[in-house]
Design a protein around this ligand. Structure first.
Ligand code: PLP
Length: 222
């Protein structure tokens, strides 16, 4: 399949899942996860019409995207990988959506940096929905309080939640748990669902599916 055919295939699966789940048509957007994908292959996906992309490393995004943004000013770039405080300034400069807010130190740094740059990416809080030791994200039981602190102490507008369910497990209970938290904290956006399970995620209220390998092929690393 050509990149355009792959994209059309994923888009039509998203539309079908919306219909089957009784979701509003067009309410789910595709974030094309382009980590490790080289600029020429990105170009093909851009030519095919895709504009929303996700990267998991700030440094990699810095190398790949600024040049492409001059040609495609309507790009929407999501940061979906862990954010260290020394990369916050770069993240605010490069990304339109930062999905990985998960601690006060980062929230405070984002607030300061956004004001300084007068640039306001949308912010999601990452929830460690499976309470896995090796994963980043706030614990589910802390999510409500953390979102409140982001709003009340740091003055941040939190518009969504993101999670990565435990690898190899049935994701449904985790999708359901994240949706429940999102209703409690009052956010619109849910970034859940990857290549293997995005249709299921849509049935649990996902508004942003993060699809990598089903679009770009299997990665050798990353
Ligand atoms: C790599 C990655 C994805 C995409 O995974 P695929 O299984 O290739 O679709 C989604 N979300 C995050 C956070 C990732 O790091």
């Amino acid at each position: 399949m050509t990149p355009g055919e792959r994209l059309a295939n994923i888009q039509s699966r998203i539309r079908r899942a919306e219909i089957e789940s009784g979701r509003v048509e067009g309410s789910v957007a595709l974030t094309a996860v382009s980590k490790t994908v080289t600029a020429d292959r990105l170009q093909a996906m851009l030519v095919a019409g895709q504009r929303r992309f996700g990267e998991n490393r700030v440094q990699e995004a810095r190398e790949k995207w600024p040049a492409l943004r001059t040609t495609y000013p309507d790009l929407i770039l999501h940061l979906i990988g862990p954010l260290q405080s020394n990369k916050v300034a770069d993240a605010v400069e490069l990304f339109d959506v930062i999905e990985v807010v998960d601690r006060d130190k980062i929230a405070g740094a984002l607030a300061r940096e956004m004001k300084m740059q007068d640039r306001y990416p949308r912010l999601y809080v990452q929830v460690n929905i499976g309470e896995e030791e090796q994963k980043t994200g706030v614990q589910p039981c802390d999510a409500l309080n953390f979102v409140r602190r982001c709003r009340d102490i740091h003055g941040l507008d939190i518009t969504g939640l993101m999670c990565i369910p435990p690898h190899g497990a049935d994701p449904s209970p985790y999708f359901a748990a994240l949706r429940e938290i999102s209703q409690g904290v009052g956010v619109e956006e849910l970034s859940v669902g990857m290549s293997e399970d995005f249709e299921r995620a849509i049935s649990f209220g996902s508004t942003k599916v993060r699809v990598g390998s089903a679009l770009f092929g299997v990665r050798s690393s990353g």
